[in-house]
Design a protein around this ligand. Structure first.
Ligand SMILES: [Zn+2]
Length: 248
């Protein structure tokens, strides 16, 4: 591993109080070190594992995940930033949003993805792997995906098939990314294209229809709006269920 990015930090376990040294990789270059990609997918990288009480806690710092093979450049921020209004204030879509977070050689990178914690990154990497290698895996995800019951209940007057389509569509969006409407349309475009989703109507093709689709996602609670004209993705209420979708 590239030692210059590995930091050994002394931290106290917030659960049991054990003082220990924790390894933290501030810049993860997964195309150069594929074993790091595997660690990320196993949920093992940059998490706090307590040696004594075995608590697993999210890392409280921001780190970077680069993966040229999969065209990924992600900024991984602490998961609880998602509830922090000050965090959003740093991200002005009209300005260069990275200024606040990135310095050094990656400063000028513009095509990044913001991920809220390791789980969100794992989902995004999994998706990119599927997208780049076996598109059928993406379709498979759609077929296997379990839609949370309370989401269906809250929207019981809508068609179930439709709800599932939209839930799956949104579940591929990186959680918590702050987007302008145009960025959101672009994202929906990308996902509808490779999703080849049979239940999202083909006529939802134009700009106007995409805006309506986004409004529908907001109305169903799948996307949240924060600040004027900025969409904030993936309702956290449904979000924890994503891991139950795999494996069967
Ligand atoms: Zn502990």
């Amino acid at each position: 591993m590239n030692q210059q990015n590995v930091l050994n930090q002394n931290e106290t376990c917030p659960v049991c109080g054990e003082y220990q040294t924790v390894e933290f990789v501030s810049i993860v270059n997964a195309s150069e070190f594929p074993e790091l990609r595997a660690k990320v997918l196993d949920g093992e990288l940059n998490q706090f594992f307590c040696r004594k009480c075995e608590s697993v806690l999210p890392n409280p710092q921001t780190w970077f995940y680069l993966d040229n093979t999969l065209s990924i450049y992600a900024i991984v921020v602490p998961p609880d930033s998602i509830c922090n209004s000050n965090f959003y204030a740093q991200w002005n879509p009209e300005l260069d949003r990275q200024v606040q977070l990135i310095t050094g050689p990656y400063e000028l990178h513009t095509n990044y993805r913001l991920c809220f914690g390791l789980e969100d990154l794992v989902r995004y990497v999994t998706f990119r792997v599927g997208y780049y290698t076996f598109r059928k895996d993406v379709r498979r995800y759609y077929l296997d995906c379990r839609v949370p019951e309370d989401f269906l209940q809250k929207n019981k007057f809508a068609k179930r098939k439709r709800l599932k389509s939209l839930f799956c569509l949104v579940s591929f969006f990186p959680a918590g990314q702050v987007l302008t409407l145009n960025e959101c349309i672009y994202l929906v475009n990308c996902h509808l294209t490779h999703f080849n989703n049979p239940n999202i109507l083909q006529k939802e093709a134009g700009q106007k229809e995409r805006i309506l689709l986004i409004e529908e996602l907001v109305a169903l609670g799948l996307l949240d709006k924060v600040m004027d004209k900025v969409l904030f993705q993936v309702n956290q209420e449904w979000y924890p269920l994503k891991n139950e979708a795999g494996d069967n």
